[in-house]
Structures are given as structure tokens and as C-alpha cells.
Design a protein around this ligand. Structure first.
Ligand code: NA7
Length: 383
């Protein structure tokens, strides 16, 4: 999470019903908090339920294999404190929750190896101040490109060109941000684009997304493919169907609008499934169910369709787990998209009401584009 990162969606759309922001902060707070404030909220929840005791810190999973004869998984972990591998342990089920936004997708462009300025992936972007007074090319047209372009302008970049492969983001950008089609080649500091235009830039940032990358899993357990709302071969978006006899699960594999609450719903479904309260059907029926979701996904035309699609997915998991709360925040997401279309510079200055307390959040004391201090004290108004 880079410096100066503020939530790009309303916090009310990711709020836990069993642990609201108001419970954590003892007051209502604005809807788009910076990273420290969100992290503090997450910490509050896992402290409240004392979850640390279930986690072996300083251990990484090195190898997971499925043995069809024993119908069990063999898992090798490394103890980093002792700097040694532990003996393989056997498990009946394995749930992979290692995330899919940490291994950069790094495309190559002709001449990039001789570009004289800095080249980096969004993954390694840390501090927008680095690009003060610079001309920056950002490749990509999704959330990272949008947010990093805004951050860099906010902290003084001279101008930014965002280069898209499929379609432009299309926001009403300030005059310092423009969009061009894909770059074709780079000569010195000059970047050439598909439409025949060119521009001089000082730095290139690849906001080109991430790869599903699970080197700690044996091949037959590895999910691959693009970052989509319903990845292939996962029954209910959770159960790996290629291998593992329905006992290898993924949490957090879909691309997301719903974030914290989606992980929570997937985790609850996985728990009930492992406990036998939720059952998976025969292979054909599982395939038919996955096909249904994949066909629906193919029909999504825009963000609004995607929001409704993921809402439907969450509601499906909620129904199967007989979840008590209503997590449907589709309207909030639609409003947020409309706010972004109206003005990409001010959408974070809006306020939303909590679905679970009913209370309206206050508007932040300083408009986002002028709020240079992203500390918790400043955000909460005590500084
Ligand atoms: P995303 O949302 O996966 O988007 C990746 C972007 O990178 C997308 O616009 C792609 O273009 C573009 N891309 C990928 N490969 C290339 C190549 N080879 N050339 C040009 N452009 C390319 O990643 P983000 O980092 O923005 O967001 C990550 C997550 O954070 C996001 O999913 C949210 O959950 C929050 P495309 O549009 O496919 O043509």
C-alpha cells in the first residue's frame, strides 16, 4: 500500500456488519480513509476476536502437494526465525488465501531497456513526491493507473499520459492528465503511440496489473488466468475443481468490488463447506454452475453490470450460508461510479451512510486534492 493511498471506494461498502467503523472509532468518520485508518480498523477487528492466536507468524508455506491415494495434502513450511524447513505436515483441507495483487504483470515494449529514466511497476510505486515536476507515462487503464495518476498530480508531477490497450478510462481529467492509445516503441526519452503521436517523458510506470502466482503450490493446484470477477475452475469462486478432490479452496481469488465483506462471505462458505453444512453437488452440476457464472460474466458490459454481478455472487454465498446480515451495497457502488464520472477529483469528498448503523458519515474537513497529510491524526481531525 503506497504512501498517500486513500481508499478508492467508500468504506461503507466494505464495512463488517459485526464490527462497524463507528464501533472501532467511537464516532462517525468520513467515507474515504487513508491506508493507516483502514489498517487500524482491520487490526481492531482481529484484536477484538483475538485472532492472532490462530496464526503462526514468521512462517511461510513452501510446498503444497495433494496425494490422491491418501486424499490428503502434504504441506512444507519454513520457520524464518529458526531459518529452517519444518517436516512435512498432513492436512485434510488446504485454503489458499495468499492474495493475487502482489506479483506484477510486466509487459515489455520495444526500446524500454534503453529508456534513460526510471521504469517501475505500480507494485513498486511508493511515494508520489518522487515524480514532482516530472513528465510521467503510465501504462494501463484501470484502478492503479487512475489512482497513481491522481496522486502524482496532487503531489506536483508536471504532466501525465495514461496509455490504454483496450479503452481509455474516460474521466474528466484535469488538463495535466491525458489519455492516449497503446505505446508502440520507445526511443530515448520519446514514446511513440499507436495513433502516430509521440511524447517526451521522464519516467514510465507500468500499471499493468498482477498475475495469479502461487509458486508454493504444485502445478495441478495452481489457479492461473486473468484478473476477473469469476476465475475458471473454482466452484462458487472457492473450490478448486481440477485436483484435490474438492478439498483445496481459494479465498479472495476474484477481482473485487466487495472486498473485506467478500473475503468474509467466502470464508464463511468455506467453513460451512468443510464442516459439511454446505455440500457440493456432483461434478456435472458443479460444472453447470460454474458455466452459468462464466456465461453471466461474459455479458458484463461496464462497471455497473460488474457491480450487480458481484452483488449476485455475494448474495448467493449469503443464501447458502444462511448469513444473518444483508451485505448488498450495490446502490452505494453505483452512486460511487456516478460520482467518479461526474468528477474524478472530488468523488472522495462525498459521504455515505453506514448500512449497519444507519448513520451518515461526515464530509472530510479538507477536500481530497488538497489533503496532503494522510496521517490518522489529521484525518480524524485531532491534528
Ligand atoms: P487491473 O485492474 O488488473 O488492470 C490492469 C490494467 O493493465 C488494465 O487496464 C489492462 O488493460 C492493462 N494491461 C495489462 N497488460 C497490458 C499490456 N500488455 N499492455 C497495456 N496494458 C496492459 O490492475 P490494477 O493494478 O489497476 O488494479 C488491481 C486491483 O486493485 C483491481 O483489480 C482492484 O481490485 C483494485 P486492459 O484494460 O485489459 O486492456
Amino acid at each position: 500500500m503506497y504512501r498517500y493511498l486513500w481508499s478508492n471506494g467508500p468504506k461503507e461498502a466494505l464495512e463488517f456488519p459485526d464490527y462497524t467503523f463507528e464501533e472501532h472509532y467511537g464516532q462517525t468518520i468520513p467515507s474515504f480513509p487513508p491506508r493507516e485508518v483502514l489498517f487500524d480498523y482491520l487490526q481492531g477487528r482481529w484484536k477484538k476476536f483475538d485472532l492472532d492466536r490462530f496464526i503462526s507468524f514468521n512462517h511461510s508455506v513452501k510446498d503444497v502437494t495433494y496425494n490422491a491415494n491418501s486424499d490428503k495434502f502434504s504441506v512444507v513450511t519454513k520457520n524464518h526465525k529458526a531459518d529452517m524447513l519444518n517436516k512435512a505436515e498432513e492436512f485434510d483441507y488446504v485454503v489458499n488465501c495468499s492474495g493475487n495483487f502482489s506479483t506484477p504483470n510486466v509487459p515489455s515494449f520495444q526500446g524500454i531497456e534503453k529508456f534513460p529514466g526510471r521504469v517501475l511497476h505500480a507494485h513498486d510505486f511508493r511515494d508520489a513526491v518522487e515524480f514532482k515536476d516530472k513528465r510521467l507515462l503510465i501504462v494501463g487503464a484501470s484502478y492503479s493507473a487512475e489512482d497513481i495518476a491522481l496522486q502524482c498530480i496532487k503531489y506536483g508531477a508536471k504532466n501525465i499520459i495514461c496509455s490504454y490497450r483496450t479503452k481509455p478510462m474516460g474521466f474528466k481529467w484535469p488538463s495535466t492528465i491525458s489519455e492516449r492509445p497503446l505505446l508502440t516503441k520507445i526511443e530515448g526519452n520519446t514514446v511513440h503511440f499507436v495513433d502516430g503521436s509521440s511524447a517526451e517523458v521522464d519516467a514510465i510506470l507500468l500499471a499493468t496489473g498482477y498475475l495469479h502466482h502461487y509458486p508454493h503450490l504444485e502445478d495441478q493446484l495452481r489457479l492461473t488466468g486473468p484478473n476477473v470477477l469469476f476465475p475458471k475452475e473454482l466452484y462458487k469462486g472457492i473450490v478448486w475443481t481440477r485436483s484435490g478432490n474438492g478439498k483445496f479452496l481459494y479465498i479472495g481469488a476474484p477481482d473485487e468490488y466487495y472486498t473485506f465483506t467478500m473475503f468474509d462471505m467466502q470464508a464463511l462458505w468455506a467453513l460451512k463447506y468443510i464442516m459439511g453444512e454446505v455440500k457440493r453437488p456432483e461434478r456435472d452440476a458443479m460444472q453447470a454452475d460454474m458455466d452459468k457464472w462464466l456465461e453471466l460474466q461474459a455479458k458484463n458490459k461496464d462497471y455497473h453490470d460488474e457491480i450487480d454481478y458481484q452483488t449476485k455472487y455475494i448474495m448467493d454465498l449469503a443464501a447458502e450460508t444462511k448469513y444473518l446480515f444483508n451485505l448488498d451495497v450495490a446502490k452505494m457502488f453505483h452512486d460511487w461510479e456516478h460520482d467518479k464520472d461526474r468528477d474524478i477529483l472530488t468523488y472522495r469528498d462525498k459521504a455515505f451512510a453506514s448500512k449497519f448503523t444507519g448513520n451518515m458519515s461526515p464530509i472530510h474537513h479538507t477536500p481530497f486534492m488538497q489533503a496532503m497529510d494522510d496521517s490518522m491524526e489529521c484525518f480524524l481531525g485531532s491534528k
